[in-house]
Ligand binder design. Structure first.
Ligand code: SF4
Length: 150
């Protein structure tokens, strides 16, 4: 017999100032539905389209669950699954080769993941600095948007 559904009260992990409050329906240890918390005045039970489908995105049947390496020419659309160790080794070898030759050729494009302190504000900057990569104002889209407001 399946366990009855439970509800978890959480907040959205993205960095919006309103910090939408959410209710997550959990069934058999799995998040099956995400809705806005009606008790939270800014949220009033409604989430944006991006986050209101989190459960569906997380459990989507075609979601990538392992790194993929291109095996054909660019644009052929042919990939093979590889382990995380293989993927990280491959990336480290490529980055080290570029860093030894012309580190400024590395464009340090990254952002904040799910907005944690480790992902968002520290490790990526240190990592790219050690490699000697070019400098970039973290994002391309946010800087372009700010420039357009001036
Ligand atoms: S649910 Fe959507 S609108 Fe609300 S904080 Fe998260 S990303 Fe922003």
């Amino acid at each position: 017999m399946n366990a009855p559904a439970e509800f978890a009260r959480v907040v959205c992990p993205h960095d919006y100032p309103d910090t939408c409050a959410m209710r997550v329906t959990v069934k058999d240890g799995r998040a099956v539905k995400v809705t806005g918390d009606p008790d939270h005045p800014p949220t009033q039970g409604v989430l944006c389209t991006k986050v209101s489908r989190y459960a569906e995105q997380t459990h989507y049947r075609n979601r990538l669950l392992t790194p993929m390496r291109r095996v054909g020419a660019k644009g052929d659309g042919r990939f093979e699954a590889v382990s995380w160790d293989e993927a990280l080794t491959f990336a480290a070898e490529r980055l080290n080769k570029i860093a030894a030759r012309a580190p400024e050729a590395i464009l340090p494009y990254s952002y904040a993941g799910t907005m944690g302190l480790v992902q968002g504000e520290s490790i990526a900057t240190r990592f790219f600095n050690v490699l000697g990569a070019s400098r970039l104002d973290r994002t391309i889209c946010a800087a372009a948007g700010a420039a357009d407001l001036r």
